[in-house]
Ligand binder design. Structure first.
Ligand SMILES: C[S@@+](CC[C@H](N)C(=O)[O-])C[C@H]1O[C@@H](n2cnc3c(N)ncnc32)[C@H](O)[C@@H]1O
Length: 334
């Protein structure tokens, strides 16, 4: 249904060549049994994208331009097709004069994270919970050789297809997978990102073990998640919803998260950044109508969520999988 073969071909002669066969089988199996009512509607939007020639792509600003301007009809058709893929949560993107002003200003998060990364030049990168691949373009701009985003949301996968329809970069994809369903123990990625995913996991230490299993020994983990103030022993498990989300489990303190990483077999763990989420970074726009952060905060005290919990605070931690690291041993209780 979606042709991922060009991406799989780019894995030849990289440490990810071991992934080519299992990845193709997993995709074949997925598409053989797929029954998602929305996907055909999303893919129709890709078919509606107008032809554009003489394209240039600036991955630093995630902006497409052309020296051959679109006719008014094509401009309208482009916007119509892209609006068919609303809500755009991640961005911003600029396509031939159309500005996709997404709910999240991901450029702000990238500006916080990027200065702390080991040089991405020539690296094979896994972006877990990639959304529509916004950050993947920034990783490519920083020199990454291959970026594999994984995200179980078909809307994210198809939004990426829309951008890549024009960029035509086979070395950057968004695959319709969870981390848990990724080929286990690949131990092949130079850098693994998990941003905005850990708090959605009921079992956060298993998430750390799965991230570690995807990394090569000596590789770097970039972990970004919601946190709370506190010492190395403290984590908050919200009763009920958190900022209206019903799938939030563990919000550790940054120090507790560093401890979890060390316990999970990472070294050189450091807290790179801790920043509150602002209504400048997450807000309602024309491309993501409805509610956003301002509606999830207490109307009388913006340091609290609507449920009375501490307002969203996010931390970025960087850690290394030790060179020569062995796989974590698995213990089972009978
Ligand atoms: C809060 S968004 C974060 C997106 C982006 N990484 C960012 O930092 O802006 C979480 C994303 O993770 C995806 N996701 C949720 N569970 C996941 C899992 N188990 N494995 C991979 N992705 C997951 C969701 O579909 C969603 O797109």
């Amino acid at each position: 249904m979606i042709d991922f073969r060009p991406f799989i071909a780019t894995l030849s002669h990289t440490p990810l060549s071991v992934w080519q066969a299992p990845l193709q089988s997993q995709l074949d199996e997925l598409f053989a049994t797929l029954n998602d009512g929305n996907l055909p509607r999303f893919l129709k939007c890709i078919d509606q994208l107008p032809d554009v020639t003489d394209i240039s792509f600036d991955p630093h600003h995630v902006e497409l331009t052309t020296t051959n301007p679109l006719s008014d009809t094509d401009q309208t058709q482009l916007e119509h097709a892209l609006r068919g893929l609303i809500p755009w949560r991640k961005g911003p993107f600029r396509l031939f004069g159309t500005h996709i002003d997404s709910e999240w200003r991901c450029d702000l998060k990238w500006a916080r994270v990027a200065p702390h990364l080991s040089d991405l030049n020539g690296r094979c990168v896994l972006d877990v919970g990639s959304g529509n691949g916004y950050y993947g373009w920034r990783m490519k701009a920083a020199g990454a050789r291959v970026v594999a985003g994984i995200d179980p949301s078909w809307l994210s996968v198809v939004q990426h297809l829309a951008i890549n329809h024009y960029v035509q970069d086979p070395s950057h994809t968004v695959l319709p997978f969870t981390l848990e369903s990724l080929t286990p123990d690949l131990e092949a990625f130079d850098t693994v990102f998990s941003m905005g995913v850990l708090y959605h996991r009921r079992s956060p230490l298993d998430h750390l073990a799965e991230l570690r299993a995807a990394l090569r020994p000596g590789g770097e983990l970039v972990l970004e998640t919601l946190v709370v103030d506190g010492n190395e022993r403290e984590a908050f498990v919200p009763p009920g919803r958190y900022a209206r989300m019903n799938n939030v489990w563990f919000l550790p303190s940054p120090k507790a998260l560093a401890h979890w990483l060390e316990k999970s077999g990472f070294e050189d763990v450091h807290i790179a950044d801790v920043t509150p989420t602002t209504t400048e970074e997450q807000r309602t726009t024309d491309w993501k109508p409805g509610q956003s952060l301002i509606d999830y905060l207490s109307p009388t005290d913006q340091t609290q969520t609507i449920e009375g919990h501490p307002a969203p605070l996010r931390a970025t931690l960087i850690a290394t999988k030790p060179a020569g690291a062995k796989r974590l041993r698995r213990y089972y209780l009978d």
